[in-house]
Design a protein around this ligand. Structure first.
Ligand code: AMP
Length: 209
């Protein structure tokens, strides 16, 4: 099954992608995580991407499409995958189609902007393994230390308040039109993001039936 998770930054796509990955046994692919890793390793695409990411802008389509194409051609994707954070523009969605990638379902997680701003402000991530936490909803057992690997847990640069507003603006301008794109193809389902992760998961799994 090939799935796309759509939604504003901070709507919970990453968390839900991991849950579905465990439930369905298909990999969750986050272009944001791949790009952050590339920045950390100082690769060519990382160097190109960093200034856009820090400003809350989208990385140019050709960079991201190349990364995604390489990733989905890896063997673990042969029975399907979950895309978290791709496509984010209509040209990216068109690129998937022209690669001949069949999409079975697109699930939008809807969370209003005011809630997004609160969620992202409290979000913390592990510098070492990328695990995600929240100061109120999913705190680490020891403050500032990752439960999974013991790495340092920090605020992402693009989760700072001014950058969050810019990311939301970009989402509405560039990514939200994908709802119409996939609606027209009969693929879109919308789930309202709930306070408790498990409640959203229940709705997500029902949307995938
Ligand atoms: P995310 O972790 O999904 O919020 O992604 C973090 C940042 O990576 C975004 O704000 C963009 O700068 C960049 N990024 C991730 N995925 C894409 C994409 N599909 N297209 C363009 N930029 C992306």
């Amino acid at each position: 099954m090939n799935l796309i998770l759509l939604g504003a930054p901070g709507a919970g796509k990453g968390t839900q992608a991991e849950v579905i990955c465990a439930a369905k046994g298909i990999p969750a692919i986050s272009t944001g995580n791949i790009l952050r890793e590339a920045v950390k390793n100082g690769t060519e695409s990382g160097l190109k991407a960093k200034k856009y990411m820090d400003a809350g802008e989208l990385v140019p389509d050709e960079v991201v499409i190349g990364i995604l194409k390489d990733r989905i051609s890896e063997p673990d994707c042969k029975d399907g995958f979950i895309l978290d954070g791709f496509p984010r523009t209509v040209p990216q969605a068109e690129a998937l189609e022209s690669m001949g990638v069949r999409i079975d379902r697109v699930v939008e997680i809807y969370v209003p902007d005011e809630k997004i701003a609160k969620r992202l402000g409290g979000r913390r991530v592990c510098e070492a393994c990328g695990n995600s936490y929240h100061v109120d909803y999913k705190p680490t057992k020891v403050e500032g230390v990752c439960d999974a690997c013991g790495g340092r847990v920090v605020t992402r640069k693009d989760d700072e308040p001014a950058t969050v507003l810019e990311r939301l603006r970009v989402y509405h301008e560039k990514t939200a039109p994908l709802k119409d794109f996939y609606e027209a193809r009969g693929k879109l389902k919308t789930v309202v993001g709930q306070e408790a992760v498990e409640d959203t998961t229940r709705l997500m799994l029902a949307a995938l039936e």
